[in-house]
Design a protein around this ligand. Sequence first.
Ligand code: PEP
Ligand code: MG
Length: 540
Amino acid sequence: MITISGKSVFGGVSIGKIMFYKRNDKVIKRTHVDDVDIEWKRFQDAKDTAVSQLKGLYDKAIADVGEANAMIFEIHQMMLEDLDYLESIENIIRTQEVNAEFAVATTADNFAQMFAAMDDAYMQGRAADVKDVSERVLDVLCGVDGGMKEMDEPCIIAADDLAPSETVQLDKSKVLGFATMYGSSNSHTAILARTMNIPAVIGLGEDLLAEYDGKMAVIDGFTGKLYIEPDEETMKVMQEKRQKDLEQKALLEQLKGKENVTKSGRKINVYANIGNVSDVGAVLKNDAGGIGLFRSEFLYLENTDFPTEEQQFSVYKQVAENMAGKKVIIRTLDIGADKQVDYFGLDKEENPALGYRAIRICLTRPEIFKTQLRALYRAAVYGNISIMFPMIISVNEIRKIKAIIAEVKEELKSEGIPYRDEVELGVMIETPASVMISRDLAKEVDFFSVGTNDLTQYTLAIDRQNSKLDPFYDPHHPAVLAMIRMAAENAHAEGKWIGICGELGADLELTEEFLKMGLDELSVSPAMVLPLRKRIRDCE
Ligand code: PEP
Ligand code: MG
């Protein structure tokens, strides 16, 4: 048995086989070829194989996700037959007398750059597609398999680290747990594990070897340990621990339907955070009073192109309808920093967390923002939707947002499309600037929601992605608590409500303090709703 220690991200015990997340690690070199005809033929064969793979994917996707969503694989086939694309590859092979791999990689880069530089958002989205199809051809040429193996049974996913875009694409019904070499507990992958109610350990380091692929393992999400090929004794202890955890959860079940009220009668709303329509089941199952944060950017992360207004409308409508009149707070697009989406064509930045992200993208690319706002205002007809905006630093941003909202409403009205006129608007308090001007911001909006993950990062100057900084990271730092208190006082002074939707809201050691500060709502991962309810009910 091998024991590896890391950091726990989410409690619980999971037992199953390890599946190593395989990323493509092809190295494309430029090599001279003597016979360019043979090389061109080698490319054509690889391209034909890629096309037939895409045909297979198209058929599978039609059955799984319907024709509209399967279209992308047909478009990809067409891209591989595009005359300009083929001409460029043939030219490079023949004139430079080089290998097909180099010609494909160079053409892919050139075409992707050309698409990314176009003004039209749709064409910019093609940059990711051309890279994607070229990767497929390169896989065939290099004889490697890309991505994950098919999982026929639920597995523990092991990886060096997982990007949010990789995590959202996993088949969640087949994931027993996550075990990663690197990563930090405030990363979005960790947040996803919590939302999905999946035991996870991170920071296992170099001891987590790819050769453990296929071996039996146990994740103890309470202690942050991973056992590879556990011995009989450990297996027995872990099975008992798992059983106890399940019993504890069953006890919490009894709190369903009960109020979130302290012994002295102070009430507080407990809502849940989601990233996907499929999380709504967990929200209802855990009896949350509403959705305090719907991270809408996951919709963008799951797609290979900008989700259309109709796609977004149908998702927001479905969430609102499923929540049947309970509050659903949808945060507008928060792309950037660790949440990268190829088709946005964002430049590489020195300091992405301090860079072009969230509302900054929305205000400078209003066509993207307007599509989302149209979908939100239309969906608001079907339930109790509120909208909130991330990374706000100034009152002026709110005024600009309001001007864009007015335009969107005017357009919907003139097109005769139904929408809700009055939608509650809020800002995320996640920058020190927003705290310092919270009195002025409170005059402009209906509510605040404190994003403690980013507020802590920006207040303490500690990159939330950098696990090396863990020794310096104090989630209970007095500066962060003072910030939350100040925002609460200012919200209340203007008669507005305030909640917390960052991970700190689920920190049961702070519940009492948050109640004293007068917070009106705490929004946590669905699995934390009942433990938090219990904690609130135990408070004086
Ligand atoms: C936060 O910053 O606390 C937050 C809730 O937003 P995200 O974690 O998605 O950045
Ligand atoms: Mg944030």
